[in-house]
Every structure is written in structure tokens, then in C-alpha cells.
Design a protein. Structure first.
Length: 242
């Protein structure tokens, strides 16, 4: 077995997921990043490698059991033990309930909840025998309250939070740190810039979350000694209401 340690980031997009991958790569972990479209990972992989880190990209659908099993088997065989697992699939949509379709509701649940179960279970299967590891499930404002038009997203994020709590209680005594950070606020992304310009304008006042600062909190969670583990923390800009 290689001496290298792997950090698996499910949903390594251009904001939080990518920032988390870069943060762990800086600490010597091989960032094993996934998206459904592997080609979209190229800029992130290039950036990590240019900074002196190591990274592997995987085209994987976290909603498909066979894809998830193959992902963890490949990482364990070709990279090293999975020490860190981060679930970061978003699936944030807004639909009035009278316009909500079965297809949309099911897809959001599959992406934000069911995929969390599949990937979390496979992470547990490789971590538990070693008695160590960190699992981080990214939460949102919708993990705590269902806003108008967010029935699908809130339902899925509530389910993901319950999954994280259950896994923490089951796996904590086995040496696995399970955490659920709640990201309560807009994040500095192209989506926010293009669709919510007034909110994005608050960036200069630290009014939206910097993905690098979220990633720092994730690293700190992983680095915590086991006599003082955090399960849930919330991150929000100083001017955000809660």
C-alpha cells in the first residue's frame, strides 16, 4: 500500500469543492476529486498540480451504486487509504410547489440525499476497519428550515443532515469523525455573480462566503483532536440574518 493518503471530494466544482480539494492537497493529501463530467475537472487538477500538490480526477455519478463502489475501490488500490471524505453535491433549486414535478423532486433527492448515503456508506466501509477517518457532509440553510419554493432542496438537505447525525452516533465510537457544516449564506460563485448581482455586490464588504475560508474550516474539522470533535458548525457572513 502506498504511503500516500487520499482525500475524496464528491462534487468538486468551481467553488467550495474545488477549494476544499486544494486545501487538503496543500497538506500532502492526494485530492481525489469527482464530477459526473470528468473533463470539467481539468482546470482544478492543473491548478493543484501547478501548486505542487497531487490530484486525481474521476468521472463518477454519485447516484449510481456501481460507480461509487468502483470509485472507492480504485482510490484505495491506486492512490492510498481514504483518510478524508467530503460530500459536496449541491442540487439547490427553487420551484413553487404547484410547479414541482415528480422528476425534479426525485432528482434533487437523489443528488443531495441518496448520493450522500451511497458515498458515505462506501467511505465507512474502508475507514471503519482502520479505526480512523473524517467524513464531512456539506449542509445549507435549507438543512435547518424549509424556505418558500425550496420543498425539494430542503427535503433533501434535511435528510442529509439526519444521515450525518446517525452516522456520527454510530461511527464516532469506532474512531470516525463525522461532521456536518451548515453553509448559511451566498457563496462567491459565478452562479451568484450572474444571477444575484445585488447579493454579489456585497463581496467587497465580506457579505458572501469565500470558498477558501469554508475550506479552511473543513481542514480544521479534520485536524481536531478526538477528545474535542465538532459534529455541526455553521458558517455565515457577519451581515447575514439567522
Amino acid at each position: 500500500m502506498s504511503e500516500k493518503k487520499a482525500a475524496v471530494i464528491i462534487g468538486a466544482g468551481d467553488a467550495t469543492g474545488g477549494a476544499v480539494a486544494k486545501r487538503f492537497a496543500r497538506e500532502g493529501y492526494v485530492a481525489c476529486v469527482t464530477r459526473r463530467n470528468e473533463e470539467k475537472l481539468a482546470p482544478l487538477l492543473d491548478e493543484i498540480r501547478a501548486a505542487g500538490g497531487e490530484a486525481r480526477g474521476f468521472g463518477s455519478d454519485a447516484r449510481k451504486e456501481e460507480d461509487v463502489a468502483a470509485l472507492f475501490e480504485t482510490v484505495e488500490r491506486e492512490v492510498g487509504p481514504v483518510e478524508v471524505f467530503v460530500f459536496n453535491i449541491g442540487a439547490n433549486v427553487n420551484f413553487p410547489i404547484l410547479e414541482m414535478t415528480e422528476r425534479v423532486y426525485r432528482k434533487v433527492w437523489e443528488m443531495a440525499a441518496y448520493a450522500g448515503f451511497l458515498t458515505g456508506r462506501e467511505a465507512a466501509r474502508v475507514m471503519v476497519p482502520r479505526g480512523r477517518g473524517t467524513m464531512i457532509f456539506t449542509g445549507a440553510t435549507a438543512s435547518l428550515r424549509g424556505g418558500s419554493g425550496f420543498s425539494a432542496f430542503a427535503g433533501a438537505k434535511f435528510a442529509l443532515r439526519a444521515l450525518a447525525q446517525s452516522m456520527a452516533r454510530e461511527l464516532g465510537p469506532k474512531g470516525i469523525h463525522v461532521a456536518h457544516p451548515i453553509i448559511d449564506g451566498a457563496i462567491d460563485t459565478a452562479f451568484i455573480r450572474d444571477n444575484f448581482p445585488s447579493r454579489y455586490a456585497l463581496k467587497d464588504e465580506d457579505g458572501i462566503l469565500n470558498p477558501e475560508h469554508i475550506a479552511e474550516a473543513y481542514w480544521q474539522l479534520h485536524a481536531q483532536p478526538r477528545d474535542a470533535w465538532t459534529h455541526e458548525l455553521d458558517l455565515r457572513p457577519w451581515m447575514e440574518n439567522f
